[in-house]
Design a protein around this ligand. Sequence first.
Ligand code: NAP
Ligand code: MG
Length: 514
Amino acid sequence: MTKSNEPTVSLELGNGKTVNLHHGMFINNEFVPSKAGKKLEVYNPAKGKVIGEIYQGDADDVDAAVKAARTAYEANNRAWGFGFAGQRAKLLNKLADLVEANLDELAALEVTDTGKLFSDAKTKDIPGVITTLRYYAGWADKIMGHTYNSVPGAHAYTKLEPVGVCGQIIPWNFPASMLSWKIGPAFACGNTVVLKSAESTPLSALRIAELVREAGFPPGVFNLITGLGHTAGQAIADHMDVDKVAFTGSGAVGRKILKAAADSNLKRVTLELGGKSPNIIFDDANVKEAAEWALFGIEMNVGQVCVAGSRILVQEGIADEFTREFVNLMKGIKVGDPFDPSTTQGPLQSEGHFGKVKDWIKRAVEEGAELATGGDEIKDLGDGYYLRPTVFTNVKPGNSVLANEVFGPVVSIQTFKDEEEAIKIANDTTYGLASAVFSHNNERLMRMNTAIRAGTVWNNLYNYTSPTVPFGGFKQSGIGRENGEAVLLNYLETKAIIANTGVIRSPMAVAAGR
Ligand code: NAP
Ligand code: MG
């Protein structure tokens, strides 16, 4: 479906194909130029080059999007909101079908924007979007309150109602997946949305906006702002008429959003933040399998994953064997063009981020960590942002690489004596997003699963998530949960209704003996 007067941009994708994409702010089911007319460059990190320009939204555009979302929320309250759950399910399913029908193109857009492997985008990221949308379609007509037998003389019950207008702010590492994790539950519960994509990865969101319209969502239900975080993102967090913000990104920005909520209308805030996740390998594990999972734990998406297994803790007795095995696997990674099927690691996502990762590596070395492999940029692959997979050994407590989320193919190996020490090192972090334990002793696994302070504990695997299972952080890794049933209450207000069945008398009536 195209509308001839809307802005479009022609983009050369990383696979050599050209696509025509609508761009602009997607408000009331129409693509419109940003009010100030400013533009944002779209670039391909695999080539290190700009491939086009799209509109950049600002506070004024956010305001227009919020008005549209508010009007849609009010006007459609019965049709779109809690009244007609079946319609919401149908629309979410229809959107999932359209994403499926356009899977290859969406995957190619995502790869061009992020540098992630095409094979991953095609078999994991975009299929994950489809599964997520269908999962939440299933929830739309299963949202219900309780009745309470505990209130004498009254009929007391709760209704779960949509929160209203939800601001949603997403990062650049899994743009389409993060969008689906956000809009799925919001729409299942009957909310309307203003979503801001990350400034460097707007493409899949623009394409999905086209599909939202094609699916038949009422105007104003989904609104998209492509723009910068400190302007457009901040405007969502500051806005007096946004009822809730769901944010995925860094802790530094998460704090700004909490402050903005406190200083504006006390909007509800949920945060999915970073991690520095321990991957713990005991000497009763299968060393080869553990090394392969550890590789996947740090190499998936070039390590630009909030749950990346960036701290490997290995028991002393198998440390040498494990390290040899693991370093060999890291050396065998084939870095290159993400569209090439033989590539196993693509580029980092942006020049700025590439620079930051290289700085963390330099600092770790200066602080005494030993480089077992990698640490350097690969220069013979053109102008993309390619880094050699990097392993640090002999990392002493206090080294900054243990405390900070590097967000790249950079991992440290530490050793531990026993369970007690493994738990101490694992929990010695301000984060608490994910973790893994490799062992074939079930009782040990159960003890570890309780002792680790993190939102996810994997046993004998890594980086395995499902939209049906709650996901989120302990400690400074976030507030609230996404996925599963757990996310729904973040998108609902509980309304208690207490009705007189005719037998409760007012205090005055009681005093007067009536
Ligand atoms: P980020 O810098 O915090 O940005 C995330 C989003 O917030 C982007 O859309 C960004 O816009 C926007 N933003 C920036 N400043 C803002 C402000 N003042 N007000 C409102 N919004 C603002 O994070 P990132 O570098 O894109 O992503 C990496 C981080 O995300 C890592 O820490 C990672 O662990 C975390 N992450 C967490 C999860 C999870 O589920 N827990 C999943 C994925 C990633 P711009 O694009 O313009 O900067
Ligand atoms: Mg890009």
